[in-house]
Write a protein that binds this ligand. Structure first.
Ligand code: KDG
Ligand code: MG
Length: 409
């Protein structure tokens, strides 16, 4: 079954998305997500200039061989641009295979291992009362597990606090990338953060009790010792996970953190291959794999890394912010439904404009997600609607310390 067309669609309904469309000779269409927040056009160019023409006349059924061809024939391996491009091809081919078979992708991956996926939502506040309101709102929406982020006294803006509205009026945590031609500068103070966060979790436990699974994202900003201290300080509050406590390129750092604390660790949203997880899984330095189908080369490698992690009782916690498009989200929800070692899925609904462009089957009911039973991934793009939202330059913010030094954001 030959591929006869490969097209890249860049659209910006609220935020930018890059989508690959593959068409086969018998009229099947498959969709893949290649969105890389703040660097979207690099991936669009990689696909348009170097990949699309290689796909013409290939057999759409050969998913694994096409993945290996794109990975190995480039010679230059890994990296978010390459791997988001390969991810889009992989997802689109799984979408086509499902449509040809008349089955949702999770059935092709072994069938459902559970009824639906437990999710967590993002609660946040500039202060404790605002945070409590946000937690209540999320519980009312059905979420059973809650990520907790707050402003830090003395720090003007921090990742993950929704009430710090952007210039566009969008919720900040739903889309941290700000539209405009330059990235926005924010500030950071680790000592203030380490003092404040345990007090926040103490207040949340006092108000909401011991049952709710609570999560927190450190967003790569601590040294190993600082992360070890935070993990220890948070132990009384029984976190479901502490995420990205250190920049995970330095994997030895996780040994220091692991030795100091029993707070579970989740890492890997910026990873893009199974090799990035090799040491962390083999040495059992993490508890949750935070990869996203979109930045990790697609469905095929995500399934492989989870099968490897299963030997060590390490579970999934796939990255699911709104910069993963509905296609990328569907792809990992199909994987999460099929694998035995699913943990939890990050979830925040996409905007109305995004849902107008991406017509999705995904169902969020009482805190649980299901990809639906349409053949393939269950997402179709309305190309006319997409064309009405042209690309707009946007950048993620960055951090500087009080003395002007660049710091991880
Ligand atoms: O584009 C950057 C976001 O994907 C990231 O900041 C979101 O850390 C994030 C999370 O855990 O959702
Ligand atoms: Mg994160």
């Amino acid at each position: 079954m030959k591929i006869i067309a490969a097209d890249v669609i860049v659209t910006s309904p609220t935020r930018n998305f890059v989508t690959l469309k593959l068409t086969t000779e018998d009229g099947y269409v498959g969709w893949g997500d290649a969105t890389l927040n703040g660097r979207e056009l690099a991936v669009a160019a990689y696909l348009r200039e170097h990949v699309c023409q290689l796909l013409i006349d290939r057999d759409a059924h050969r998913i694994e061989d096409t993945w290996q061809f794109l990975y190995r024939s480039a010679y230059w391996r890994r990296g978010p641009v390459t791997m988001a491009s390969i991810a889009a091809v992989d997802m689109a081919l799984w979408d086509i295979k499902g449509k040809v078979a008349g089955l949702p992708v999770y059935q092709l991956l072994g069938g459902a291992s559970r009824n639906a996926l437990r999710t967590y939502g993002h609660a946040s506040g500039r202060d404790i009362p605002e945070l409590f309101d946000s937690i209540r709102e999320h519980l009312d929406l059905g979420y059973k597990s809650i990520r907790v982020q707050t402003s830090i006294p003395g720090v003007k803006a921090v990742y993950g606090v929704a009430a710090q509205r952007q210039a566009t009026g969008e919720r900040y945590d739903y889309e941290p990338a700000g539209r405009g031609v330059t990235p926005k500068e924010e500030d950071w103070d680790t000592r203030a953060y380490l003092r404040h966060v345990p007090r926040v979790f103490e207040a949340v436990r006092n108000e909401f009790g011991p049952e709710i699974p609570l999560l927190h994202d450190g967003h790569h900003r601590m040294t190993p010792l600082e992360a070890a201290r935070l993990g220890k300080d948070l132990e009384p509050y029984d976190l479901y996970w502490l995420e990205d406590c250190t920049p995970a390129e330095n994997q030895d750092a996780l040994r220091t953190v692991r030795a100091a604390t029993t707070t579970p660790l989740a890492i890997g949203e910026v990873f893009n291959t199974v090799w990035d997880f090799q040491t962390l899984i083999r040495e059992q330095l993490i508890d949750y794999v935070r990869a996203a189908s979109t930045h990790f080369g697609g469905i095929s490698p995500l399934k492989k890394v989870m099968d490897y992690a299963a030997q060590y009782q390490i579970k999934s916690g796939f990255h699911g912010p709104t910069d993963i498009s509905p296609v990328g989200m569907a792809a990992q929800v199909h994987v999460g439904l099929a694998i035995h070692n699913f943990g939890i899925q990050e979830y925040m609904p996409h905007s109305g404009a995004t849902n107008e462009v991406f017509q999705q089957q995904i169902r969020f009911v009482d805190g649980y997600l299901h990809p639906g039973d349409a053949p393939g991934l269950g997402v179709e793009i309305d190309e006319a609607a997409a064309a009405a939202y042209p690309y707009q330059q946007a950048y993620l913010p960055f951090n500087r310390l009080a003395d002007g030094t660049m710091h991880d954001w």
